[in-house]
Ligand binder design. Structure first.
Ligand SMILES: Nc1ncnc2c1ncn2[C@@H]1O[C@H](COP(=O)(O)OP(=O)(O)OP(=O)(O)O)[C@@H](O)[C@H]1O
Ligand SMILES: [Mg+2]
Length: 381
C-alpha cells in the first residue's frame, strides 16, 4: 500500500538511493536536508514513516527522534535511522531515542524496502487495533485526599469489566497509593520499572508486560510500592505510558494523586473524561471549586463530572446547596458503605464483586453504563 515517507539526510548520494528505492515501491517521498526541516515537514505533511540520518545539520537524527517521541501526535510514528556509524553504542543510542529500526551504511536498497514495508504494516495493524478499542481515558482525582477516589476507581473498573469491556486501571503517581493495599496485591512489576526506561523505549508491549492481571479481569498498573522506588514521572513518560495504554483497552481509568503535578496535568490533558470526587461538607466543596478551576485551566474541553462520596452517611450540605456552590449539576452520589467495603478489602476484592447488589454499587453501575454507552453523566440544566 503506497505511503508518504519523509527522508531527512544531507548526503545527496544517499538521498537519491533512498528516493529511488521508495518511489519504485510506489511511495510518495518527501526529502529534507536537516533535522529542523524534518520536524517542520513532519508536522505539516504528516508522513506515515520517517527515515532519519544520524549526522545532519541543526538537529541530528537522535535529537529529531527524541522530539518525535515526546509529542503525542508523533509518538508512534515509525522511524528508521540510517548511519555510517556501525558501532553498537550508536545503535543503542538510536534505539533508546525511540527509533524502530537502525540501518548502517552502505544501505542495501532491498533491505531498506523490506524494513519500510514491515514497519508500515505493523503500524497499520496497531492503528486498526487502536481504533477497534474505544481508548477512553478517564482520570479520577479527589478534590482532596482520602475522599474515596481509589475505591470509586476500583469499582468503576470492575463494573466496566463485568459489562464486557477491556479495562486498565493505572495508578499514575510518584509515591505510594493505596491500590495494592485495597486489592491485597503484592505486585512484582509496575510503574517504577517503566520509569527506569527512556520514555522513547516504552512500547505497547512493554506497558502490557507491566500490567498485573486481577481476578476481576481488570489489568492494573501499580504505582511505586516502596519508598526507595518513588519516581519522578515526567510528561514524556506519562504521555508514553498513557498513549500505549489507550491502544490496549476500551477503558483506561487513572487513579491520580490529589495534587497539582506534571503527572496530573499530563494525565488530565490526555483524558476524555475527568471524575472529581468529593464529600458533602463545606471544606470539601470549597476544595472542589479549586480543583475544577485547575482542571479547566489545564484542559478546557475535557468532560468533567463531580461525584459525591458520602462516607460519613450524613449530608452536611444538601445536594442542591452543593450544586449551587459549584455552579454545576452533580453526576452522582455514592452512599455510605464503610462496613461492606471493610469486608471487601479484607478479601482483596472490589465491592462490585463481593456485594454486587449493594446500594453504592447500583450508583456506580449506572455511571459505568452511561459511560459505556457514551451518554452524558450529568443531567442538563
Ligand atoms: N462510599 C464509601 N463509604 C464509606 N467509606 C468509604 C466509601 N468510599 C471509600 N470509603 C473509605 O474511605 C477511605 C479512603 O478511601 P480511598 O482510599 O478510596 O480514598 P482516596 O481518595 O483514594 O484516598 P487517597 O487520597 O489516600 O488516595 C477508605 O477507608 C475507604 O474504604
Ligand atoms: Mg487513592
Amino acid at each position: 500500500m503506497p505511503a508518504r515517507i519523509l527522508v531527512a539526510d544531507d548526503d545527496t548520494t544517499l538521498q537519491r538511493l533512498v528516493l529511488h528505492t521508495l518511489k519504485n515501491e510506489g511511495h510518495e517521498v518527501i526529502v529534507v536536508g536537516d533535522g529542523q526541516q524534518a520536524l517542520d515537514k513532519i508536522e505539516s505533511d504528516k508522513p506515515d514513516l520517517v527515515i532519519l540520518d544520524v549526522m545532519m545539520p541543526v538537529l541530528n537524527g537522535f535529537e529529531v527522534c527524541a522530539h518525535l517521541r515526546e509529542n503525542p501526535a508523533t509518538m508512534t510514528l515509525p522511524v528508521i535511522m540510517l548511519s555510517g556509524l556501525g558501532q553498537v553504542q550508536e545503535k543503542v543510542t538510536g534505539l533508546k531515542a525511540g527509533a524502530d529500526e537502525y540501518l548502517t551504511k552502505p544501505i542495501d536498497p532491498r533491505e531498506l524496502a523490506v524494513r519500510v514495508e514491515v514497519l508500515l504494516q505493523r503500524n497499520r495493524v496497531l492503528r486498526a487495533s487502536a481504533t477497534s478499542k474505544a481508548g477512553n481515558v478517564i482520570s479520577l482525582i479527589g478534590a482532596k485526599g482520602g475522599v474515596g477516589t481509589t475505591t470509586l476507581a476500583v469499582n468503576l473498573a470492575a463494573v466496566l469489566a463485568q459489562q464486557g469491556k477491556s479495562v486498565i486501571l493505572a495508578e499514575l503517581r510518584n509515591d505510594f497509593g493505596t491500590l495494592s493495599a485495597q486489592l491485597r496485591a503484592t505486585p512484582d512489576k509496575g510503574l517504577s520499572d517503566l520509569l527506569k526506561m527512556d520514555a522513547g523505549a516504552i512500547t505497547d508491549r512493554v506497558v502490557s508486560s507491566h500490567l498485573y492481571a486481577t481476578h476481576f479481569h481488570v489489568r492494573v498498573l501499580f504505582g511505586p510500592q516502596q519508598a526507595d522506588a518513588y519516581g519522578n514521572l515526567d510528561a514524556a513518560h506519562t504521555g508514553a505510558i498513557l498513549g500505549h495504554m489507550m491502544t490496549l483497552a476500551d477503558f483506561v481509568l487513572i487513579d491520580l494523586a490529589p495534587i497539582a503535578s506534571v503527572v496530573t496535568e499530563t494525565a488530565i490533558k490526555s483524558s476524555n473524561h475527568v471524575f472529581v470526587t468529593t464529600e458533602p461538607e463545606i471544606a470539601s466543596v470549597a476544595a472542589t471549586t479549586l480543583r475544577l478551576k485547575q482542571i479547566a485551566d489545564w484542559a478546557s474541553n475535557v468532560a468533567v463530572s463531580v461525584i459525591i462520596v458520602n462516607r460519613q452517611g450524613t449530608m452536611l450540605l444538601a445536594l442542591r446547596e452543593i450544586e449551587n456552590r459549584l455552579g454545576r449539576r452533580l453526576a452522582g452520589v455514592v452512599p455510605p458503605s464503610a462496613e461492606a467495603l471493610g469486608v471487601a478489602i479484607q478479601y482483596g476484592t472490589p465491592l462490585a464483586l463481593y456485594q454486587s447488589n449493594h446500594l453504592a454499587m447500583s450508583n456506580i453501575r449506572d455511571l459505568a453504563t452511561r459511560l459505556a454507552a457514551n451518554q452524558p453523566l450529568t443531567p442538563s440544566a
